[in-house]
Design a protein around this ligand. Structure first.
Ligand SMILES: [Zn+2]
Ligand SMILES: [Zn+2]
Length: 122
């Protein structure tokens, strides 16, 4: 897979379709639209954030995943399968693949707040 430039990168685009848990100057945390799992994305196009930035991003992701799944009910997955050109990480629940197909996807309703899905919105 060849690297994509910033202008064609889905992570730089940061389209807001799913629930956004948080966002700041370094990163944003939202449900991944491919696997419906909380994902942190670095604000910069590239794969070499500093150690401090990685710590910060993992903490943001853990906060979101703890709110969604509960403490210790997930693992941080930093393997970048789909988009290896832009730093991101997933917090995966052990049943994420099943949940991906059985639970409704979340909807964007603003950064933070309650996570809404198609079935909870009227
Ligand atoms: Zn994903
Ligand atoms: Zn990018």
């Amino acid at each position: 897979m060849s690297a994509k430039s910033e202008s064609e990168c889905e992570l730089c685009e940061a389209a807001r379709f799913t629930h956004w848990y948080s966002a700041d100057d370094t990163c944003w945390v939202a449900d991944c639209d491919a696997c419906s799992t909380p994902m942190v994305v670095w604000n910069s196009h590239g794969v070499e954030p500093s150690a401090e930035q990685i710590d910060h991003m993992v903490t943001m992701l853990e906060d979101a995943a703890t709110a969604r799944f509960g403490s210790g009910e997930f693992t941080i997955d930093r393997h970048m399968r789909q988009m290896p050109w832009h730093f991101h990480a997933h917090a995966r629940h052990p049943e994420w693949l099943t949940r991906r197909w059985t639970e409704p996807v979340s909807r964007y309703t603003g950064v933070g707040g309650t996570r809404s899905t198609a079935s909870t919105l009227t």
